[in-house]
Design a protein around this ligand. Structure first.
Ligand code: SF4
Ligand code: SF4
Length: 281
């Protein structure tokens, strides 16, 4: 019984780690520690950590720049810290380890599978890039942070603290759209924040890497592809045309690692690739 529980924990280890990190980050903004206060003030767009460290979402900063707002030095430094972290490791780490909307869209996906919901309207993955470009153009024309008017990520955090009907309706629609209309619709096709972080972390060094075992070679099970929120990123690895996932769309969620029972995949920090790229230049 205990061994079965241990095996089940191991099979969901990446999911459990992600949920722990995501929920801890949300709690850091909400929970008051007696005699200290909150660990983080503000929200994911702009926050102060431990009362000292200013952090800014670089996408917010970019919109501010396009909107023509003056950018304060602490905000710029905060964006460099956050942007540098994601550019070095992997931009879409933000999606699966930080963003609260991922809790909602993962739940919709889980329900789709559980109840075998088939609706799958075809959407282009490049739509999110167009929405990203449109957000910047509208920021420029309107002199405002255009995406922030609707951004469900900040809405989610606000909803947790101050319920509002419009926010709840927005989040509810997004959830229902993912559940009934199209598989991974929001995060996989529409969200410009995910698209921005995908571009930012295009050359991130944290990579899903294949070490094909004999059984992986012979069975070609592709279970990793079936659970991947961005299946196209694994295609070159499964086809043995690449040894690691290089697409910026990979969220480093680890779902493929949890699913692979052959141990053919691992998450590696590829610093050697970075050095050899530099020496090649
Ligand atoms: S794609 Fe957008 S909403 Fe989805 S997890 Fe990433 S940032 Fe959050
Ligand atoms: S390749 Fe693996 S880590 Fe990357 S998005 Fe797909 S399932 Fe997640």
């Amino acid at each position: 019984m205990l061994a079965r529980f241990g095996r089940s924990l191991y099979r969901h280890r990446w999911l459990l780690m992600r949920r722990t990190v995501q929920i801890s980050i949300l709690l850091a903004f909400i929970v008051q520690i007696p005699g200290y206060g909150k660990i983080a003030q503000g929200n994911l767009s702009s926050s102060i950590l431990f009362g000292e460290l200013k952090l800014t979402d670089p996408f917010i900063l970019l919109q501010s720049f396009f909107a023509g707002s003056s950018i304060a030095l602490p905000a710029l430094l905060g964006a460099i810290i956050v942007g540098g972290f994601y550019a070095f490791l992997a931009g879409r780490l933000y999606c699966s380890w930080v963003c609260p909307i991922n809790l909602l869209t993962d739940l919709a996906y889980w329900l789709r599978k559980k109840f075998k919901i088939k609706g799958n309207m075809s959407l282009s993955r490049s739509l999110r890039l167009w929405i990203l470009a449109l957000s910047l153009v509208l920021s420029l024309l309107g002199g405002t942070l255009a995406w922030e008017i609707v951004n469900p990520i900040t809405r989610f955090q606000r909803e947790l603290m101050w319920f509002s009907l419009s926010g709840a309706m927005l989040l509810g629609s997004l959830f229902l759209f993912d559940l009934f209309v199209s598989r991974r619709a929001w995060c996989g096709h529409l969200c410009p924040v995910g698209a921005f972080y995908g571009l930012l972390g295009r050359y991130g060094r944290l990579k899903v890497t294949a070490t094909p075992t004999e059984s992986c070679d012979s069975s070609g099970c592709s279970r990793c592809v079936a659970v991947c929120p961005e299946p196209h990123v694994l295609a070159p690895v499964v086809a043995k045309q690449a040894q690691s996932v290089t697409s910026g769309d990979c969220t480093r969620c680890g779902a493929c690692l949890d699913e692979c029972h052959e141990g053919s995949l691992s998450m590696k920090l590829d610093l050697v690739g970075m050095v050899s790229k530099k020496t090649d230049q």
